[in-house]
Design a protein around this ligand. Sequence first.
Ligand code: NAD
Ligand code: MG
Length: 329
Amino acid sequence: MTKVYLDSDATLSTLEGRTIAVIGYGSQGSAQAQNMRDSGLRVIVGLRPGGNSWQRAKKDGFEVYPISKAAEMGDVILLLIPDMVQPMVYKEAVEPNLDDGKTLDFAHGFNVHFKQITPPENVDVIMVAPKGPGLRVRETYLEGFGVPALIAVHQDYTGKAKETALSIAKALGCTRAGVLETTFKDETESDLIGEQTVLVGGLMELIKCGFDVLVEAGYPPELAYFEACNEAKLIMDLIYKSGLIGMLRAVSDTAKYGGLTVGPRVIDERVKENMRKVVKEVQSGKFAEEWIKEHKSGEKRLRELMEMTDSLEIERVGRTIRRMAGIEK
Ligand code: NAD
Ligand code: MG
């Protein structure tokens, strides 16, 4: 089994006396900056003057600077802005301030792995990727715990890159939950494959298909919504808490038998074959190339797909039901 790093495997001393510059104050930036500060470290925030985040970071009590100033002041620089924005901001404001021996930290390996950002040789390049949205990173920290995280070292100039990554993970609360070491390549590829085949892509399509088939068969859309979407959360909660077998033990025997015998007929070998193609497209860089191109040309296709999804019947019915049930205000 891969080694799991816990609180006792990490020390904050590598970061004491160093200034940590968090660039970006969104989901990860705001959570990570606050956790590290509450862990006793010196944290400053780098943002665009006049941007929405500026006031929020100020209100949360941070010293806020324009990005290049923060990068200049920071010994450890956390690049926590959207992945597609990172290369430009890096080039303009961060790279010119990467003095010898500084640390550049990412929360996702995309830009380094796909060579959109190539840092100079005389800095450490690391990743600390919490396995959870920023909100959870903050919430769990305040509860005295943390979310698990992945760490990786892309470049170890000082000989202390891994120690620094573990220190950051500790300051975020992640070593309380457990930290695994990986590589930029594995984190990036598995993250993309996971979100495309299972999490964002796979789940959404499964729910849509289930809903459509029920409606097509003449069942009321409201009922189809409950079956294909609403209850998916309850099932996932059970799996999250106690595994597949825990979920199976919690549902009725009819559901157990039907699920176990029919499930593999629905999600069959062809689905796996499709997923294997996705794996290849991610590994070859084909997907990254396509997405970077889409971003650079203004994300027209993404906008269209978002609008199309927003106008689906499952969305219309879903909004009504969620409001009725007090799930959505
Ligand atoms: P985000 O979309 O929440 O970041 C928004 C922030 O980035 C803004 O508040 C602003 O401060 C800054 N920003 C936006 N556009 C900018 C621009 N053009 N120039 C300068 N600054 C700009 O980002 P996020 O979701 O926190 O992602 C940050 C990193 O963390 C990414 O590498 C992402 O892959 C990684 N990550 C995110 C999550 C998550 O749950 N959101 C989880 C793990 C890792
Ligand atoms: Mg992801």
